[in-house]
Design a protein around this ligand. Structure first.
Ligand SMILES: Cc1cc2nc3c(=O)[nH]c(=O)nc-3n(C[C@H](O)[C@H](O)[C@H](O)COP(=O)(O)O)c2cc1C
Length: 158
């Protein structure tokens, strides 16, 4: 069973709610989700997972500094994460407030590590995004995303 770590930062709950919805999708897709706050996530946690999904609120169009700090720390395992499945999601306050640029910044960093990141021809193309707390549309996008990540991880690592 593919182990999928979902690591997130949040201050007001929206990103955490998305993380839980993605975890439910991972489970539905036959994977084993592990949900952790970024503050509780170690380099060993990243190395132990078959796939890692990173989630952050949008801060000035970018991931929160605490999430970027994990990437900075992750230089210690540079090379060890190559070939794992990766994904990203983000919350913002506004439509056009930078949630997709936040997702893309996370994906950019993941590609440097060599993560394999799936896109989607329908719905949220780059990864789930939410304006404020996830509504039904976002919950559904998160669930589908979790399933897709679990299926790809099973294909690559099962
Ligand atoms: C320092 C700071 C910067 C922010 N920058 C943006 C921004 O550039 N665009 C935006 O739409 N929302 C911005 N927000 C709002 C958050 O991204 C938004 O409230 C998000 O849903 C919070 O997620 P959380 O509930 O998981 O903490 C910012 C909030 C803070 C505290």
């Amino acid at each position: 069973m593919a182990k999928i770590l979902i690591v997130y930062y949040e201050r007001t709950g929206s990103t955490e709610a998305m993380a839980r919805a993605i975890a439910a999708g991972v489970k539905d897709g036959g994977g084993e989700p592990v949900v952790k706050r970024v503050e509780d996530t170690s380099i060993e946690d990243l190395k132990a997972a078959d796939g890692v999904v990173f989630g952050s609120p949008t801060y000035y169009g970018l991931p929160a500094p605490r999430m970027l700090a994990l990437f900075e720390e992750s230089v210690r395992c540079h090379g060890d994460l190559a070939g794992k499945v990766g994904g990203a999601f983000a919350a913002s306050a506004n439509v056009g407030g930078g949630n997709e640029t936040t997702v893309m910044a996370l994906i950019q960093a993941m590609l440097v590590h060599g993560f394999v990141v799936p896109g989607s021809p329908a719905g949220d193309h780059f990864g789930p995004v939410s304006v404020g707390a996830p509504d039904r549309r976002v919950q559904s996008q998160c669930g589908e995303y979790g399933k897709r990540i679990a299926a790809l991880a099973a294909k690559l690592h099962g």
